[in-house]
Design a protein around this ligand. Sequence first.
Ligand code: ZN
Length: 304
Amino acid sequence: MLGVMNNAIQIVEVAPRDGLQADPADLSTNQKVELIRRLIAVGHTRIEATSFVNPKAVPKLADAEALMDAVPRPDGVSYSALALNQRGVNRAIEAGVDEVVGVVVASETFSQANQRASIAESIDRWRTISETAQSVGLKTAVTVSAVWGCPYEGRVDANKVLDIVDELAETEPDELALADTIGTAVPNKVAALFEAVAQRAPATILRGHFHNTRNTALANITAALNVGVRTFDSSLGGVGGCPFAPKATGNVATEDVVYLTHEMGFNSGLELQELINASSWLETQLGHPVPSLVAKAGGFPQPR
Ligand code: ZN
């Protein structure tokens, strides 16, 4: 897995994409740009900015081109964006993203519902997307989603996930993510699947994407850290699901991940108090509280 300094971890901030697309609030392009500006100010260098999918399918991210036109472009900050077909990757390249992200769902029913394609068709689409992105020198990452549970099929067979990983590894992505899309994973299963995937795709950097739907995200991140995963997605404030909805499905909160990992001796390069401040600002923009606990409690108490 990641061969750099053992205590360095990397956080990919997904609030602008995975977070906002599911939030009840409708932020303007200017508000999104301001969010991204603040994410950079707290130290983020990898930001999942938007999605180049059909605007009718994801109306909240219909401003993908306008957003990419307006975001600051400081050195060392990399923007990723989702693309699910040839048209999407063409738009992403045209808009100047640094990294193209694809998704393959690990369960057939969810794949049909979510992507309107079978798993095999999604893998084929990813091959095209990946070739196009690589041909112009962009980084690529592919997420296998719903690997620990599917809303339609229930438990997902790990061998099926590994078969998908084998095919995706052939496209030589810079990174491969395993996603607990509906927040059903538990630590021992997280560790086991990451270890098995690392054996199948030893040359690929692995990333974890956890939702805190059943309050297991930080436990799952700890388990992944213990088997060598050093790259994680998280969302400022934990946005990514309506906090008032009966089935809230928020992403794990960046400030909660930073508190946990920094207290454990890892370093993400992010500043906790500044993250908490950014999270409070985000609440004012969304017009509702965010689910993060560290945003409420603050960091480790200082002696008084
Ligand atoms: Zn997600």
